[in-house]
Ligand binder design. Structure first.
Ligand SMILES: [Zn+2]
Length: 464
């Protein structure tokens, strides 16, 4: 061994930091996870401070500095940072401390804040949304610190409040007013996860994009009068016709990098008929028929193809013998990333074809955010970690038809990827998914996810 190599050795050893003592870390993960599940952070009202304080104490006990940023009392956002040497831009890992509300009558054997362990599961609100990500981020920070992993980039942990109800005091607040605290090249947050069907591992979904909530209200007016005297300008009839035209309009299909890759790879783990459909989407001869099939049978996939329109609220009338002077309906429009909304609404107006129908655009539900790229070091690392931790599956970049807090970060250029633990798809039918009547997680899958996330963070951040 040359002198040069000898001199380098200590750095290499530090860089290759010992493999974590997983049994010990899992025991700690369980302790923290159960403690966090037992805190009622139902949103509203949230009251996330108890959970944030708990996370702070665990981090500070390891010597990791913590800051909090609070817009509304009792609802703090927490940021912790492990410093790197600055040769690469930071990575941000995110979990939210609040959980969605519960209906106590729906929780059968195990209470919503029990964190009971039974049959391999841990029960409670937040077990899959999002205290799983929260505790995984926490233990990633703790483990990196303890092992003294030398970092090329800062690793930043954001434990955000209010994800379920009001991002303007959580992610939106941090993005708008404290951006420097979380500015990073990459982020990992909720919104993805491995999928298993019938006990067979199918995919690891990495959420790389989401649709943009771009709602609109249609308004009509007409002559009010007695219901016994029909009028041609009846506001309800006019509105009904407009709503029907809007709902039946099929904006053009537009695939992006994520959805194109999603369907290509999904085909490789699907039966022959399904595979032929997914592969045929881009074929001009077959595409229309396939889209119609999806419209009827795979509505979530259909929504990934285009900007979508769902009428959701209809307000009109108050007495059975009075023609009302006005009527209005809400359209829940979910735009594809990159959609030209001015052009979209101009076309909607043309489709409705009635000057007496006013289209009132609502403010965007979340910022318009671009698709995160598939050619980044982060995405490629997640693919490698899928092969290591979920062998036999395929990595599926996915577009969420809903919306998440990642849109605030993507809108500012951060490349964000949604990750999460394995979920058996049957869990949704049984009523145990995120926002379901009950919620639970397979304990071993929480630990597998932690190892997946930790390894991914080390792979893109550790100095070597
Ligand atoms: Zn969530």
């Amino acid at each position: 061994m040359t002198l040069r190599l000898l001199l380098l050795l200590p750095f290499c050893l530090a860089a290759l930091a010992a493999e974590p003592d997983w049994p010990k870390i899992q025991a700690e993960t369980l302790k923290h996870f159960q403690a966090l599940i037992r805190m009622d952070t139902s949103d509203p009202p949230g009251n996330e401070s108890e959970a944030a304080n708990y996370v702070r104490q665990v981090l500070e006990a390891e010597g990791i500095p913590v800051k909090t940023f609070t817009k509304v009392p009792n609802r703090p956002n927490l940021v912790a940072r492990l410093k790197g040497n600055g040769s690469k831009r930071p990575i941000l890992i995110v979990g939210h401390t609040d959980v969605v509300n519960i209906d106590p009558s729906k929780w059968k054997e195990h209470g919503p804040f029990s964190a009971d362990r039974a049959g391999g599961y841990i029960y409670g609100r937040g077990t899959v949304d999002d205290k799983d990500n929260l505790v995984s981020c926490l233990m990633t920070m703790v483990t990196l610190k303890r092992l003294g992993v030398i970092l090329d980039r800062d690793v930043i942990f954001l434990a955000e409040a209010a994800e379920e109800g009001n991002s303007s005091i959580g992610a939106g607040f941090i993005a708008d007013e404290h951006w420097a605290e979380i500015d990073a090249e990459f982020c990992l947050a909720e919104g993805g996860g491995a999928m298993r069907r019938g006990g067979k591992l199918i995919s690891v979904n990495i959420m790389t994009s989401e649709k943009i909530p771009a709602r609109a209200v249609l308004k009509t007016s007409g002559t009010a009068g007695h219901g016994s005297v029909p009028r041609l300008d009846n506001a309800i009839a006019r509105l009904s016709s407009a709503v029907e035209k809007a709902a039946n309009w099929q904006p053009p299909m537009k695939l992006n990098d994520t959805t194109r890759t999603y369907f290509e790879r999904l085909a490789t783990v699907s039966g022959p008929e399904q595979a032929a459909r997914y592969n045929g989407l881009a074929n001009p001869d077959r595409s229309a028929a396939i889209q119609e099939y999806m419209r009827a049978n795979e509505p979530a996939h259909y929504s990934m193809l285009r900007t979508s329109i769902s009428p959701t609220i209809f307000h009109a009338g108050y007495r059975n013998n009075v023609i009302p002077a006005a009527a209005e309906a809400t359209l829940d429009i979910r735009a594809l990333p990159g959609e030209d909304l001015d052009a979209f609404f101009a076309e909607l107006k043309r489709k409705i074809g009635d000057d007496q129908v006013e289209i009132q655009r609502q403010p965007l539900g979340r910022p318009a955010s671009p698709v995160s790229r598939l050619d980044t070091e982060m995405f490629k690392t997640l693919e490698a970690m899928q092969r290591k931790h979920y062998p036999g599956a395929v990595t599926l970049p996915s577009m969420l038809t809903g919306a998440t807090d990642m849109s605030y970060f993507r809108a500012k250029g951060m490349q964000c990827y949604g990750v999460g633990p394995l979920l058996d798809v049957e869990e949704l039918e049984k009523g145990y998914g995120a926002h379901s009547d009950q919620e639970r997680i397979l304990e071993d899958e929480l630990y597998r996810f932690l190892r997946f996330q930790y390894d991914a963070v080390v792979a893109v951040s550790a100095h070597n």
